[in-house]
Design a protein around this ligand. Structure first.
Ligand SMILES: [Fe+2]
Length: 266
């Protein structure tokens, strides 16, 4: 009984015919769905970890809904800083909001694991916020699953990565960490947001970020003022494979591209 699921993040879908940072992000998502159909149709489900619509436009959510209708596996969703919660709920349905937290949070119990989706988006902010209500909810859903391994998926990285975007990571993650530490078997905390692939250990917990579906970024370690490049690839999804004693993440680069995107810093 092996758990297998796909994580996609940072889709940044635009309405049909519109580009984001020179890229047709809707077309890139079509390629991601093609990759799932070709290689991962046996997965239990797919999670979209936020920044679904580049500017939170209703037309972008409509396009997203059309594209993911081709997905051969169930799709679970949470939001990122580019998303607009009311616009998302208008298109996808109010049942996506958790009745306790009011945000797009969810638990999935599958193959002996509990997977927890947390909506770290906060209107008007680029960095991530988990509300006190969400932290209480997290503590409760962890307490229900003390006998099982847990994987958490959310948009914002809680751990700083020594890169420029550390200023827009999760704001004040101490309560999040303290809640996670109440559980004895947190297997992974998976985020997008940074458009960089990384793994880390922090407070004894394992953190991963995936590069996601949009452009990726170069980085300069601990040189936040140094210029970065935005690069057309990879388009990347993560595959999470879970057995009782082992949790593995593999990365599928479904778009291979190395061109630098011309971009003027504002
Ligand atoms: Fe983001």
């Amino acid at each position: 009984m092996t758990l297998k699921f796909v994580v996609m993040s940072d889709l940044h879908v635009m309405p049909e015919g519109e580009l984001s940072m020179t890229l047709d992000t809707g077309q890139r998502l079509e390629q991601a769905v093609d990759a799932v159909i070709a290689r991962h149709a046996d997965a239990d489900f797919c999670i979209l970890a936020g920044d679904l619509a580049d500017l939170g436009q209703p037309a972008a959510y409509e396009r997203l809904k059309t594209i993911i209708a081709r997905m051969p596996i169930p799709v679970h969703i949470t939001l990122g800083n580019h998303d607009n919660r009311p616009a998302f709920l208008d298109v996808f349905g109010t049942e996506f909001a958790d009745t306790t937290t009011g945000k797009i949070d969810k638990i999935i119990d599958a193959k002996g694991y509990r997977i927890i989706l947390l909506d770290s988006s906060e209107p008007g902010r680029v960095d991530g916020v988990l509300t006190p209500t969400q932290i209480d909810w997290l503590r409760e859903v962890l307490a229900e699953a003390m006998d099982r391994p847990v994987i958490v998926v959310l948009h914002h990285n809680a751990n700083a990565l020594h890169i420029r975007s550390d200023t827009i990571a999760m704001l004040e993650p101490a309560d999040f960490i303290a809640a996670l530490k109440t559980h004895p078997d947190i297997r992974q905390i998976i985020a997008g947001h940074v458009h960089v692939t990384s793994t880390a250990t922090w407070h004894g917990l394992p953190f991963t970020t995936l590069a996601g579906g949009h452009y990726s970024v170069s980085f300069n370690i601990d040189q936040p003022e140094a210029p970065i490049r935005r690069i057309e690839g990879p388009g990347q999804m993560a595959l999470v494979i879970g057995t009782p004693d082992r949790t593995t993440i593999l990365f599928d680069d479904f778009i291979d591209a190395n061109a630098t995107i011309p971009f003027d810093e504002k």
